[in-house]
Ligand binder design. Structure first.
Ligand SMILES: Nc1ncnc2c1ncn2[C@@H]1O[C@H](COP(=O)(O)OP(=O)(O)OP(=O)(O)O)[C@@H](O)[C@H]1O
Ligand SMILES: [Mg+2]
Length: 469
Protein backbone atom coordinates (compact mmCIF):
# COMPACT_ATOMS: atom_id res chain seq x y z
CA UNK A 1 0.00 0.00 0.00
CA UNK A 2 1.17 3.49 -0.79
CA UNK A 3 2.26 5.47 2.23
CA UNK A 4 0.33 8.54 3.24
CA UNK A 5 2.05 11.84 2.49
CA UNK A 6 1.86 14.48 5.20
CA UNK A 7 2.92 18.11 5.12
CA UNK A 8 3.80 19.90 8.34
CA UNK A 9 3.83 23.69 8.46
CA UNK A 10 5.28 25.33 11.57
CA UNK A 11 7.70 28.19 12.14
CA UNK A 12 9.16 26.48 15.23
CA UNK A 13 11.89 23.94 14.46
CA UNK A 14 11.33 22.02 17.69
CA UNK A 15 7.67 21.38 16.94
CA UNK A 16 8.40 20.50 13.29
CA UNK A 17 11.04 17.97 14.23
CA UNK A 18 8.95 16.56 17.07
CA UNK A 19 5.99 15.96 14.78
CA UNK A 20 8.18 14.49 12.10
CA UNK A 21 9.71 11.99 14.50
CA UNK A 22 6.36 10.81 15.86
CA UNK A 23 4.82 10.47 12.42
CA UNK A 24 7.75 8.87 10.65
CA UNK A 25 7.86 6.21 13.33
CA UNK A 26 4.37 5.24 12.13
CA UNK A 27 5.66 5.02 8.52
CA UNK A 28 4.05 8.18 7.23
CA UNK A 29 5.98 10.09 4.55
CA UNK A 30 6.58 13.48 6.08
CA UNK A 31 7.58 16.78 4.52
CA UNK A 32 8.05 19.95 6.56
CA UNK A 33 8.28 23.67 5.91
CA UNK A 34 8.50 26.75 8.06
CA UNK A 35 5.97 29.19 6.61
CA UNK A 36 2.59 29.38 4.91
CA UNK A 37 4.15 30.88 1.79
CA UNK A 38 6.46 27.87 1.45
CA UNK A 39 3.52 25.54 2.01
CA UNK A 40 1.67 27.12 -0.91
CA UNK A 41 4.68 26.69 -3.17
CA UNK A 42 4.99 23.03 -2.19
CA UNK A 43 1.26 22.38 -2.56
CA UNK A 44 1.39 23.64 -6.11
CA UNK A 45 3.83 20.87 -6.92
CA UNK A 46 2.68 17.90 -4.89
CA UNK A 47 -0.54 16.48 -3.52
CA UNK A 48 -0.77 15.56 0.15
CA UNK A 49 -3.05 13.30 2.08
CA UNK A 50 -3.01 15.50 5.16
CA UNK A 51 -1.70 18.90 6.14
CA UNK A 52 -0.86 19.84 9.72
CA UNK A 53 -0.29 23.53 10.27
CA UNK A 54 0.43 25.78 13.17
CA UNK A 55 -2.19 28.48 13.60
CA UNK A 56 -0.01 31.34 14.72
CA UNK A 57 2.90 32.03 12.38
CA UNK A 58 4.50 35.27 11.24
CA UNK A 59 3.68 36.39 7.69
CA UNK A 60 0.84 34.05 6.91
CA UNK A 61 -1.41 32.52 9.53
CA UNK A 62 -2.55 28.92 9.67
CA UNK A 63 -6.07 30.15 8.87
CA UNK A 64 -4.78 31.51 5.57
CA UNK A 65 -2.96 28.25 4.89
CA UNK A 66 -6.24 26.46 5.53
CA UNK A 67 -8.07 28.63 2.99
CA UNK A 68 -5.38 27.98 0.39
CA UNK A 69 -5.58 24.23 0.96
CA UNK A 70 -9.35 24.38 0.46
CA UNK A 71 -8.68 25.77 -3.00
CA UNK A 72 -5.42 24.13 -4.05
CA UNK A 73 -6.15 20.65 -2.70
CA UNK A 74 -9.80 20.70 -1.70
CA UNK A 75 -9.90 17.05 -0.67
CA UNK A 76 -6.95 17.26 1.65
CA UNK A 77 -7.88 17.48 5.33
CA UNK A 78 -6.14 20.00 7.58
CA UNK A 79 -5.32 19.72 11.24
CA UNK A 80 -4.50 22.94 13.08
CA UNK A 81 -2.10 23.20 15.96
CA UNK A 82 -3.06 25.84 18.48
CA UNK A 83 -1.74 27.23 21.70
CA UNK A 84 -4.08 26.84 24.68
CA UNK A 85 -5.24 30.43 24.39
CA UNK A 86 -6.52 30.22 20.85
CA UNK A 87 -9.17 27.51 21.21
CA UNK A 88 -11.76 30.03 20.02
CA UNK A 89 -9.87 30.53 16.80
CA UNK A 90 -9.65 26.78 16.39
CA UNK A 91 -13.41 26.50 16.62
CA UNK A 92 -13.65 29.24 14.01
CA UNK A 93 -11.18 27.31 11.83
CA UNK A 94 -13.30 24.19 12.01
CA UNK A 95 -16.20 26.21 10.69
CA UNK A 96 -13.88 27.17 7.82
CA UNK A 97 -13.26 23.58 6.92
CA UNK A 98 -10.46 22.35 9.17
CA UNK A 99 -10.91 18.69 10.05
CA UNK A 100 -9.59 18.91 13.54
CA UNK A 101 -7.29 20.79 15.87
CA UNK A 102 -4.81 19.83 18.47
CA UNK A 103 -3.58 22.07 21.25
CA UNK A 104 -0.03 22.34 22.47
CA UNK A 105 1.44 20.50 24.27
CA UNK A 106 0.05 17.25 22.92
CA UNK A 107 0.61 13.57 23.63
CA UNK A 108 1.85 11.48 20.68
CA UNK A 109 -1.04 9.00 20.82
CA UNK A 110 -3.64 11.77 20.68
CA UNK A 111 -1.87 13.22 17.65
CA UNK A 112 -1.77 9.85 15.91
CA UNK A 113 -5.44 9.22 16.59
CA UNK A 114 -6.39 12.59 15.08
CA UNK A 115 -4.19 11.96 12.05
CA UNK A 116 -5.82 8.59 11.45
CA UNK A 117 -9.31 10.10 11.76
CA UNK A 118 -8.50 12.88 9.34
CA UNK A 119 -7.08 10.44 6.80
CA UNK A 120 -10.21 8.31 6.97
CA UNK A 121 -12.26 11.40 6.38
CA UNK A 122 -10.21 11.98 3.24
CA UNK A 123 -11.14 8.63 1.78
CA UNK A 124 -14.79 9.66 2.01
CA UNK A 125 -14.14 12.96 0.25
CA UNK A 126 -12.23 11.32 -2.57
CA UNK A 127 -15.08 8.93 -3.28
CA UNK A 128 -17.53 11.82 -3.36
CA UNK A 129 -15.38 13.85 -5.71
CA UNK A 130 -14.93 11.08 -8.26
CA UNK A 131 -18.70 10.67 -8.42
CA UNK A 132 -19.23 14.37 -9.01
CA UNK A 133 -16.61 14.50 -11.77
CA UNK A 134 -18.43 11.84 -13.72
CA UNK A 135 -21.70 13.75 -13.68
CA UNK A 136 -20.33 17.17 -14.54
CA UNK A 137 -18.46 16.60 -17.81
CA UNK A 138 -19.08 19.70 -19.91
CA UNK A 139 -17.87 21.51 -23.03
CA UNK A 140 -16.85 24.56 -21.12
CA UNK A 141 -17.57 26.74 -18.17
CA UNK A 142 -18.97 30.22 -17.98
CA UNK A 143 -17.67 31.86 -21.19
CA UNK A 144 -14.83 29.37 -21.50
CA UNK A 145 -14.94 26.77 -24.23
CA UNK A 146 -12.73 23.73 -23.83
CA UNK A 147 -13.08 20.31 -22.30
CA UNK A 148 -9.45 19.27 -21.99
CA UNK A 149 -8.17 17.98 -18.70
CA UNK A 150 -6.05 21.13 -18.40
CA UNK A 151 -9.08 23.42 -18.68
CA UNK A 152 -11.21 21.29 -16.34
CA UNK A 153 -8.58 21.94 -13.72
CA UNK A 154 -8.85 25.67 -14.37
CA UNK A 155 -12.67 25.63 -14.10
CA UNK A 156 -12.49 23.67 -10.90
CA UNK A 157 -10.10 26.12 -9.33
CA UNK A 158 -12.13 29.13 -10.49
CA UNK A 159 -15.22 27.69 -8.80
CA UNK A 160 -13.37 27.05 -5.57
CA UNK A 161 -11.67 30.40 -5.42
CA UNK A 162 -14.88 32.25 -6.27
CA UNK A 163 -16.29 31.09 -2.96
CA UNK A 164 -13.38 32.49 -0.99
CA UNK A 165 -11.83 35.88 -0.48
CA UNK A 166 -8.25 34.77 -1.08
CA UNK A 167 -6.15 36.81 -3.47
CA UNK A 168 -5.71 35.17 -6.87
CA UNK A 169 -2.86 35.44 -9.34
CA UNK A 170 -3.76 34.42 -12.89
CA UNK A 171 -0.85 33.68 -15.18
CA UNK A 172 -0.62 32.57 -18.78
CA UNK A 173 0.56 33.67 -22.19
CA UNK A 174 -1.20 36.39 -24.10
CA UNK A 175 -4.63 35.38 -25.36
CA UNK A 176 -5.12 32.38 -23.07
CA UNK A 177 -8.18 33.84 -21.34
CA UNK A 178 -6.85 35.55 -18.22
CA UNK A 179 -9.45 38.28 -18.31
CA UNK A 180 -12.16 35.72 -18.97
CA UNK A 181 -11.01 33.86 -15.86
CA UNK A 182 -11.14 37.00 -13.73
CA UNK A 183 -14.71 37.66 -14.82
CA UNK A 184 -15.70 34.05 -14.24
CA UNK A 185 -14.39 34.28 -10.68
CA UNK A 186 -16.48 37.37 -10.07
CA UNK A 187 -19.63 36.03 -11.71
CA UNK A 188 -19.47 32.83 -9.72
CA UNK A 189 -18.82 34.55 -6.41
CA UNK A 190 -21.21 35.83 -3.75
CA UNK A 191 -19.96 39.28 -4.82
CA UNK A 192 -21.52 39.03 -8.26
CA UNK A 193 -24.18 41.67 -7.58
CA UNK A 194 -21.42 44.14 -6.71
CA UNK A 195 -19.03 45.81 -9.16
CA UNK A 196 -16.32 44.08 -11.17
CA UNK A 197 -13.65 46.72 -11.72
CA UNK A 198 -10.77 46.02 -14.11
CA UNK A 199 -7.63 48.15 -14.12
CA UNK A 200 -5.00 47.77 -16.83
CA UNK A 201 -1.85 48.61 -14.88
CA UNK A 202 0.22 48.94 -18.05
CA UNK A 203 -1.82 51.75 -19.53
CA UNK A 204 -1.31 54.37 -16.84
CA UNK A 205 1.73 56.33 -15.68
CA UNK A 206 2.84 55.72 -12.10
CA UNK A 207 1.21 58.73 -10.45
CA UNK A 208 -1.97 58.35 -12.45
CA UNK A 209 -2.21 54.70 -11.52
CA UNK A 210 -1.93 55.53 -7.83
CA UNK A 211 -4.60 58.18 -7.99
CA UNK A 212 -6.83 55.80 -10.00
CA UNK A 213 -6.39 53.03 -7.45
CA UNK A 214 -6.41 54.95 -4.19
CA UNK A 215 -8.20 58.14 -5.19
CA UNK A 216 -7.11 61.65 -4.30
CA UNK A 217 -8.26 64.64 -2.35
CA UNK A 218 -9.04 67.88 -4.17
CA UNK A 219 -5.93 70.05 -4.46
CA UNK A 220 -3.48 67.31 -3.42
CA UNK A 221 -1.44 67.82 -6.60
CA UNK A 222 -1.59 69.98 -9.71
CA UNK A 223 -4.48 68.70 -11.73
CA UNK A 224 -6.38 67.29 -8.77
CA UNK A 225 -9.25 69.68 -9.37
CA UNK A 226 -11.78 67.47 -7.73
CA UNK A 227 -11.78 64.79 -5.12
CA UNK A 228 -11.64 61.41 -6.81
CA UNK A 229 -12.80 58.08 -5.47
CA UNK A 230 -10.18 55.37 -5.95
CA UNK A 231 -11.05 52.16 -7.79
CA UNK A 232 -10.41 50.19 -4.62
CA UNK A 233 -13.39 52.03 -3.18
CA UNK A 234 -15.43 51.88 -6.39
CA UNK A 235 -15.05 48.09 -6.33
CA UNK A 236 -16.18 47.93 -2.69
CA UNK A 237 -18.10 44.74 -2.02
CA UNK A 238 -17.05 43.40 -5.43
CA UNK A 239 -13.92 42.29 -7.29
CA UNK A 240 -10.93 44.39 -8.28
CA UNK A 241 -9.02 43.00 -11.24
CA UNK A 242 -5.45 44.27 -11.58
CA UNK A 243 -4.49 43.32 -15.13
CA UNK A 244 -0.82 43.30 -16.23
CA UNK A 245 0.21 43.65 -12.59
CA UNK A 246 3.90 43.20 -13.51
CA UNK A 247 3.89 46.74 -14.83
CA UNK A 248 3.42 48.33 -11.43
CA UNK A 249 6.44 50.39 -10.39
CA UNK A 250 8.42 49.42 -7.32
CA UNK A 251 7.14 52.37 -5.30
CA UNK A 252 3.49 51.63 -6.14
CA UNK A 253 4.17 47.98 -5.30
CA UNK A 254 5.08 49.03 -1.76
CA UNK A 255 1.79 50.91 -1.42
CA UNK A 256 -0.19 48.04 -2.84
CA UNK A 257 1.42 45.64 -0.39
CA UNK A 258 0.40 47.85 2.51
CA UNK A 259 -3.18 47.99 1.25
CA UNK A 260 -3.33 44.20 1.00
CA UNK A 261 -2.01 43.77 4.50
CA UNK A 262 -4.18 46.40 6.12
CA UNK A 263 -7.24 46.21 3.89
CA UNK A 264 -7.42 49.99 4.12
CA UNK A 265 -6.48 52.76 1.71
CA UNK A 266 -5.44 56.37 2.14
CA UNK A 267 -6.37 58.59 -0.80
CA UNK A 268 -3.48 60.73 -2.10
CA UNK A 269 -3.31 63.90 -0.04
CA UNK A 270 -5.77 62.44 2.45
CA UNK A 271 -5.21 61.54 6.07
CA UNK A 272 -8.06 59.15 6.74
CA UNK A 273 -7.76 55.41 6.36
CA UNK A 274 -10.69 54.08 4.39
CA UNK A 275 -11.58 50.41 4.93
CA UNK A 276 -12.09 48.37 1.76
CA UNK A 277 -13.86 45.10 1.11
CA UNK A 278 -12.74 43.62 -2.19
CA UNK A 279 -11.72 40.32 -3.70
CA UNK A 280 -8.43 41.02 -5.42
CA UNK A 281 -7.61 39.18 -8.63
CA UNK A 282 -4.37 39.99 -10.45
CA UNK A 283 -3.11 38.80 -13.82
CA UNK A 284 0.15 38.83 -15.71
CA UNK A 285 1.71 37.22 -18.77
CA UNK A 286 5.20 37.75 -17.34
CA UNK A 287 7.00 35.36 -15.04
CA UNK A 288 6.78 37.27 -11.77
CA UNK A 289 9.17 34.89 -10.05
CA UNK A 290 11.88 35.76 -12.55
CA UNK A 291 11.08 39.42 -12.05
CA UNK A 292 11.52 38.92 -8.30
CA UNK A 293 14.98 37.43 -8.95
CA UNK A 294 15.85 40.36 -11.18
CA UNK A 295 14.78 42.81 -8.48
CA UNK A 296 11.91 44.18 -10.56
CA UNK A 297 9.10 42.87 -8.41
CA UNK A 298 8.87 42.76 -4.63
CA UNK A 299 9.01 39.25 -3.28
CA UNK A 300 6.65 39.95 -0.40
CA UNK A 301 4.05 41.37 -2.79
CA UNK A 302 4.45 38.34 -5.06
CA UNK A 303 3.72 36.05 -2.11
CA UNK A 304 0.71 38.16 -1.12
CA UNK A 305 -0.73 38.00 -4.63
CA UNK A 306 0.12 34.37 -5.31
CA UNK A 307 -2.06 32.96 -2.53
CA UNK A 308 -4.14 31.07 -5.08
CA UNK A 309 -2.38 30.74 -8.43
CA UNK A 310 -4.36 29.92 -11.57
CA UNK A 311 -2.31 29.07 -14.62
CA UNK A 312 -3.98 29.15 -18.01
CA UNK A 313 -2.39 26.59 -20.33
CA UNK A 314 -1.30 27.67 -23.81
CA UNK A 315 -3.54 26.40 -26.61
CA UNK A 316 -0.75 24.29 -28.13
CA UNK A 317 -0.73 22.20 -24.92
CA UNK A 318 -4.42 21.34 -25.24
CA UNK A 319 -4.90 20.76 -28.93
CA UNK A 320 -7.98 18.63 -28.39
CA UNK A 321 -9.88 21.84 -27.58
CA UNK A 322 -9.16 23.33 -31.02
CA UNK A 323 -12.10 21.72 -32.90
CA UNK A 324 -14.76 22.83 -30.40
CA UNK A 325 -13.23 26.31 -30.24
CA UNK A 326 -13.43 26.51 -34.04
CA UNK A 327 -17.08 25.41 -33.94
CA UNK A 328 -17.80 27.98 -31.24
CA UNK A 329 -16.19 30.91 -33.07
CA UNK A 330 -17.74 29.89 -36.40
CA UNK A 331 -21.16 30.00 -34.78
CA UNK A 332 -20.39 33.32 -33.12
CA UNK A 333 -19.11 35.10 -36.22
CA UNK A 334 -21.51 33.66 -38.78
CA UNK A 335 -24.32 34.92 -36.56
CA UNK A 336 -22.66 38.28 -36.07
CA UNK A 337 -21.77 38.80 -39.72
CA UNK A 338 -24.89 37.14 -41.08
CA UNK A 339 -23.35 34.46 -43.29
CA UNK A 340 -24.22 30.81 -43.59
CA UNK A 341 -21.10 28.74 -43.21
CA UNK A 342 -21.28 25.01 -42.64
CA UNK A 343 -17.78 24.35 -41.48
CA UNK A 344 -14.12 24.24 -42.42
CA UNK A 345 -12.47 22.21 -45.17
CA UNK A 346 -10.55 19.14 -43.93
CA UNK A 347 -7.14 20.53 -44.92
CA UNK A 348 -7.91 23.75 -43.02
CA UNK A 349 -8.88 21.73 -39.99
CA UNK A 350 -5.68 19.71 -40.07
CA UNK A 351 -3.68 22.90 -40.53
CA UNK A 352 -5.35 24.53 -37.52
CA UNK A 353 -4.97 21.42 -35.41
CA UNK A 354 -1.23 21.49 -36.01
CA UNK A 355 -0.65 25.22 -35.74
CA UNK A 356 1.27 26.34 -32.65
CA UNK A 357 -0.88 29.42 -31.93
CA UNK A 358 1.61 31.79 -30.33
CA UNK A 359 -1.32 34.17 -29.81
CA UNK A 360 -3.42 31.36 -28.28
CA UNK A 361 -7.23 31.49 -28.29
CA UNK A 362 -7.29 35.14 -29.34
CA UNK A 363 -5.27 34.24 -32.45
CA UNK A 364 -7.63 31.40 -33.32
CA UNK A 365 -10.64 33.64 -32.75
CA UNK A 366 -9.23 36.37 -35.02
CA UNK A 367 -8.40 33.82 -37.70
CA UNK A 368 -11.92 32.46 -37.75
CA UNK A 369 -13.45 35.94 -37.73
CA UNK A 370 -11.34 36.92 -40.73
CA UNK A 371 -12.07 33.68 -42.52
CA UNK A 372 -15.82 34.11 -42.04
CA UNK A 373 -15.59 37.62 -43.52
CA UNK A 374 -13.47 36.52 -46.47
CA UNK A 375 -15.23 33.23 -47.24
CA UNK A 376 -17.14 33.22 -50.49
CA UNK A 377 -18.61 29.75 -50.29
CA UNK A 378 -20.34 27.98 -47.43
CA UNK A 379 -17.15 26.35 -46.27
CA UNK A 380 -13.92 27.90 -44.95
CA UNK A 381 -11.12 27.10 -47.38
CA UNK A 382 -7.40 27.56 -47.25
CA UNK A 383 -7.49 30.83 -49.11
CA UNK A 384 -9.96 32.33 -46.61
CA UNK A 385 -7.46 31.76 -43.89
CA UNK A 386 -4.96 34.54 -44.01
CA UNK A 387 -2.25 33.94 -41.51
CA UNK A 388 -0.89 36.77 -39.47
CA UNK A 389 1.73 36.91 -36.81
CA UNK A 390 0.43 37.09 -33.27
CA UNK A 391 0.56 40.88 -33.23
CA UNK A 392 -1.63 41.02 -36.29
CA UNK A 393 0.83 43.26 -38.05
CA UNK A 394 2.12 41.25 -40.99
CA UNK A 395 0.97 38.22 -42.93
CA UNK A 396 3.07 35.12 -42.34
CA UNK A 397 2.20 33.25 -45.51
CA UNK A 398 -0.63 32.43 -47.84
CA UNK A 399 -1.42 28.78 -48.03
CA UNK A 400 -2.53 27.53 -51.42
CA UNK A 401 -2.94 24.19 -53.05
CA UNK A 402 -0.25 23.26 -55.58
CA UNK A 403 -1.24 23.94 -59.23
CA UNK A 404 -1.47 20.84 -61.49
CA UNK A 405 -1.36 22.43 -64.95
CA UNK A 406 -0.56 25.72 -66.67
CA UNK A 407 -4.13 27.02 -66.54
CA UNK A 408 -4.27 26.45 -62.79
CA UNK A 409 -0.87 28.04 -62.43
CA UNK A 410 -2.02 31.24 -64.18
CA UNK A 411 -5.26 31.31 -62.26
CA UNK A 412 -3.44 30.91 -58.97
CA UNK A 413 -0.87 33.55 -59.75
CA UNK A 414 -3.67 36.01 -60.36
CA UNK A 415 -5.41 34.94 -57.20
CA UNK A 416 -2.24 35.27 -55.13
CA UNK A 417 -1.57 38.71 -56.57
CA UNK A 418 -5.07 39.93 -55.65
CA UNK A 419 -4.83 38.27 -52.31
CA UNK A 420 -1.40 39.76 -51.54
CA UNK A 421 -2.74 43.16 -52.45
CA UNK A 422 -5.58 42.73 -50.03
CA UNK A 423 -3.18 41.53 -47.33
CA UNK A 424 -1.02 44.57 -47.87
CA UNK A 425 -4.03 46.82 -47.46
CA UNK A 426 -5.01 44.86 -44.39
CA UNK A 427 -1.61 45.33 -42.79
CA UNK A 428 -1.63 48.98 -43.72
CA UNK A 429 -5.04 49.65 -42.18
CA UNK A 430 -4.50 47.50 -39.10
CA UNK A 431 -1.13 49.05 -38.35
CA UNK A 432 -2.49 52.56 -38.76
CA UNK A 433 -5.32 51.73 -36.36
CA UNK A 434 -2.96 50.06 -33.93
CA UNK A 435 -0.64 53.09 -33.89
CA UNK A 436 -3.59 55.34 -33.16
CA UNK A 437 -5.22 53.29 -30.45
CA UNK A 438 -7.97 52.15 -32.87
CA UNK A 439 -9.18 55.70 -33.30
CA UNK A 440 -10.46 55.73 -36.90
CA UNK A 441 -10.38 59.52 -37.32
CA UNK A 442 -6.75 59.74 -36.19
CA UNK A 443 -5.68 56.72 -38.27
CA UNK A 444 -7.29 58.23 -41.40
CA UNK A 445 -5.67 61.58 -40.73
CA UNK A 446 -2.22 60.08 -40.23
CA UNK A 447 -2.33 58.04 -43.42
CA UNK A 448 -3.73 60.89 -45.50
CA UNK A 449 -6.98 59.16 -46.39
CA UNK A 450 -10.41 60.71 -46.03
CA UNK A 451 -12.26 59.22 -43.09
CA UNK A 452 -15.15 57.75 -45.12
CA UNK A 453 -12.67 56.15 -47.53
CA UNK A 454 -10.67 54.74 -44.65
CA UNK A 455 -13.85 53.32 -43.20
CA UNK A 456 -14.69 51.85 -46.58
CA UNK A 457 -11.35 50.05 -46.61
CA UNK A 458 -11.95 48.72 -43.14
CA UNK A 459 -15.35 47.42 -44.14
CA UNK A 460 -14.02 45.75 -47.27
CA UNK A 461 -11.29 44.08 -45.24
CA UNK A 462 -13.66 43.04 -42.50
CA UNK A 463 -11.87 45.05 -39.85
CA UNK A 464 -14.17 46.41 -37.19
CA UNK A 465 -13.19 49.26 -34.88
CA UNK A 466 -12.97 47.29 -31.71
CA UNK A 467 -10.38 49.27 -29.89
CA UNK A 468 -8.80 46.03 -28.75
CA UNK A 469 -7.03 43.03 -30.31
N1 LIG B 1 -11.24 29.04 -23.54
C1 LIG B 1 -11.77 30.05 -24.23
N2 LIG B 1 -12.99 29.90 -24.79
C2 LIG B 1 -13.56 30.89 -25.52
N3 LIG B 1 -12.98 32.07 -25.73
C3 LIG B 1 -11.77 32.30 -25.19
C4 LIG B 1 -11.10 31.31 -24.41
N4 LIG B 1 -9.92 31.79 -24.02
C5 LIG B 1 -9.83 33.04 -24.53
N5 LIG B 1 -10.95 33.35 -25.23
C6 LIG B 1 -11.19 34.59 -25.98
O1 LIG B 1 -9.92 35.01 -26.46
C7 LIG B 1 -9.75 36.41 -26.32
C8 LIG B 1 -8.59 36.71 -25.41
O2 LIG B 1 -8.91 36.36 -24.07
P1 LIG B 1 -8.43 37.27 -22.83
O3 LIG B 1 -8.55 38.71 -23.14
O4 LIG B 1 -9.12 36.77 -21.62
O5 LIG B 1 -6.89 36.83 -22.82
P2 LIG B 1 -5.69 37.34 -21.90
O6 LIG B 1 -5.06 36.12 -21.35
O7 LIG B 1 -6.19 38.36 -20.94
O8 LIG B 1 -4.70 37.98 -22.97
P3 LIG B 1 -3.61 39.19 -22.77
O9 LIG B 1 -2.49 38.63 -21.95
O10 LIG B 1 -3.19 39.45 -24.17
O11 LIG B 1 -4.34 40.30 -22.12
C9 LIG B 1 -11.07 36.94 -25.80
O12 LIG B 1 -11.85 37.37 -26.88
C10 LIG B 1 -11.70 35.72 -25.12
O13 LIG B 1 -13.09 35.81 -25.14
MG1 LIG C 1 -5.74 40.38 -20.74
Amino acid sequence: MERNRLLIVDDETVIRDGLRRILERESYTVETCSSGFQAIEIMQQREFDLIITDLKMPGMSGMEVLKSVRTLQPNTPVILITGYASIDTAVEAMKNGASDYISKPFAPDILLEKVLNALNQRCMYVEDASLKDEVSLHHGFHQFIGESKEMQKVYHRIKLVAATNSTVLITGESGTGKELAARAIHDNSPRKEHPFVAVDCSSLAETLLESELFGHVKGSFTGAIQTKTGLFKVADGGTLFLDEVSNISISTQAKLLRVLQERKITPIGGTQLVPIDIHLVAATNKNLKTMVHEGLFREDLFFRLNIIPIELPPLRDRKQDIPILIRHFLKKYTAEIGKEIRGVAPDVMSFLENHSFPGNVRELENMIERAVVLAEGDIIRNEDLELWDSNDTKPLCLIERVPMNVEELKEMKRHIRDHAMESLEGVFVRNALERNGWNVTKAAEETGILRPNFQGMMKKLGISARGEH
